[in-house]
Design a protein around this ligand. Structure first.
Ligand SMILES: C[S@@+](CC[C@H](N)C(=O)[O-])C[C@H]1O[C@@H](n2cnc3c(N)ncnc32)[C@H](O)[C@@H]1O
Length: 265
């Protein structure tokens, strides 16, 4: 099923939590002057317009990036770069944030299945050092890891349209964490009133793999029903990752409830 389109949600509070963390973690990895691999299983279209009809329909971007003042953080550097290149309502997706922060020696590998999203992704992201695959993200990550260079990060950001995706994502992440011990495995998940995300957390928390971190943020202005917050799980988190996550959340803090409601474990 491929009915999900990220254009309705781009730049919303969940994206801020995920994208600021991604930028902070890539910045942490790039403190060592060695090339890295960045892989993404569910890439989306790479570049969004928060003035599009889709974005205006949900209003999520207005509760997110549209309501915040840029701060000093790599995430905001990537947002500024997208705006400078594409106009003031441009918003970078995770692939573009990665490209903005990585260098010519780093490798970016992106998976996307939706035909229209794939074409938009190619238009936004094609170039040296970027490989774009039309394939299932889980199958692609299994086939392409461990990558070269071996240091790096994988972002797993499914749309969770199919309820089995929670358990499948947990099993994928656990497999990758041993298949690619140098890889920082990063999973985004929604906090939903039905607590469906426990199907993802349960198997991973039962194993407590090496470098396990859980970071959750509650939206300042959640809708009456549905998603009320955003979660990230890290496996193989490197030294300094917890601080990088905290700094990332501080850079987008106004989209979230009192920071004390956020949880890092
Ligand atoms: C949440 S969006 C990705 C957003 C993107 N990571 C970002 O933060 O900018 C999920 C994407 O996964 C794509 N998708 C859904 N099922 C997929 C699959 N099995 N393999 C790869 N991509 C898939 C959808 O078309 C959608 O574009």
């Amino acid at each position: 099923m491929l009915s999900y389109q990220h254009a309705y949600h781009a730049g919303g509070p969940a994206d801020l939590h995920k994208h600021a963390a991604l930028a902070g973690l890539l910045g942490l990895l790039k403190r060592k002057p060695r090339p890295i691999s960045y892989l993404e299983s569910h890439a989306g279209r790479g570049l969004y317009d928060i003035a599009s009809p889709e974005a205006l329909k949900t209003g999520e971007a207005l509760r997110g990036v549209g309501g915040l003042e840029p701060a000093e953080h790599p995430f905001w550097d990537a947002v500024r770069a997208a705006r400078a290149a594409q106009g003031p309502t441009a918003y970078p997706g995770s692939p573009m944030i990665a490209r903005s922060l990585l260098g010519p020696d780093d490798r970016i590998t992106l998976m996307e299945l939706h035909p229209a999203e794939l074409e938009a992704l190619k238009a936004a992201m094609s170039g040296a050092g970027v490989a774009i695959h039309k394939r299932d993200g889980g199958e692609g990550l299994r086939a392409l890891t461990p990558p070269s260079p071996r240091r790096g990060l994988a972002l797993i950001d499914p749309s969770y349209e199919v309820k089995t995706e929670y358990l499948e994502t947990a099993l994928l992440a656990l497999e990758l964490s041993t298949r690619w011990p140098e890889g920082v495995i990063t999973i985004w998940y929604p906090l939903l009133s039905g607590a469906r995300h426990e199907e993802l957390l349960g198997p991973i928390e039962a194993v407590r793999p090496k470098g396990f971190l859980r970071d959750e943020a509650i939206f300042a202005d959640p809708p009456a029903r549905g998603m009320y917050g955003s979660g990230l799980l890290l496996l193989n988190a490197p030294y300094g990752a917890a601080e990088a996550l905290a700094e990332a959340r501080a850079a987008v803090a106004d989209a979230f409830a009192d920071p004390a409601s956020a949880r890092v474990a």
